[in-house]
Write a protein that binds this ligand. Structure first.
Ligand SMILES: CC(C)(COP(=O)(O)OP(=O)(O)OC[C@H]1O[C@@H](n2cnc3c(N)ncnc32)[C@H](O)[C@@H]1OP(=O)(O)O)[C@@H](O)C(=O)NCCC(=O)NCCS
Length: 184
């Protein structure tokens, strides 16, 4: 478990440039750890309230928290889940980590917590050498998270065709694929 005390520390690859405590909860300890099945409901709630994520079924978050715990992480402020990253290693190429969703609650945003979650899950998978994810054209904050994360890891970021609009049955917009290579 990674524990951050009262303020977000200034060391490490995702360090903020100024020391800033998490607003609204100055006494809360921020921690990042593997989820377990009892965290699935809170992950679903964070996804539901995120404003822009596709909300999967509650069952899917239980599966992720239970069966895919090694490749998912949650962030807690005190006892509250305020963020998560979900993903898995591609079955056909386990050196590639597919990041499915990353989300941070409104009250914990602005501290680059998403980058810390990604560091935490990647650093525990030494066999992984690249991260792939899909992001819609208009998701500026998410794109910024991946750009910055790639820069800080000294990695390259390329954008290629991912899931195209015609693949979806429900009018979903295209999801270009971001490929971040050389992350070690
Ligand atoms: C994407 C998300 C996880 C980032 O949360 P976070 O770690 O708290 O991110 P921060 O608020 O620290 O911002 C990260 C970067 O995005 C930038 N940013 C944030 N909101 C932005 C916006 N609306 N427009 C442009 N840039 C924005 C920040 O300035 C920061 O850039 P910097 O690193 O150059 O300073 C969070 O916004 C979220 O949960 N969004 C909804 C879910 C989602 O879209 N997930 C991604 C798809 S899977």
């Amino acid at each position: 478990m990674v524990e951050y005390g009262m303020t977000i520390p200034e060391t490490g690859p995702n360090a903020p440039t100024t020391a800033d405590s998490v607003s609204g909860a100055p006494d809360a300890t921020l921690t990042i750890r593997r989820p377990d099945v009892s965290d699935g409901a809170a992950m679903w709630r964070v996804a539901r309230d995120s404003g822009s994520l596709d909300l999967n079924s509650s069952y899917a978050y239980l599966l992720l928290a239970d069966h895919f715990a090694d490749t998912c992480r949650i962030a807690l402020m005190g006892d509250d889940v305020v963020g998560f990253v979900t993903g898995y290693r591609l079955p056909a190429d386990p050196t590639r980590y597919f990041l499915w969703q990353v989300a941070v609650d409104e009250r914990a945003r602005g501290h680059r917590l998403a980058g810390r979650l990604i560091d935490a899950v990647i650093d525990d998978q030494p066999e992984v050498s690249s991260l792939v994810t899909t992001v819609t054209e208009d998701n500026t904050s998410s794109r910024r998270v991946f750009q910055r994360w790639a820069e800080q890891r000294g990695a390259t970021l390329d954008e290629v065709t991912g899931f195209e609009a015609h693949h979806f049955p429900d009018g979903h917009e295209a999801e270009p694929l971001l490929v971040i290579d050389g992350i070690r």
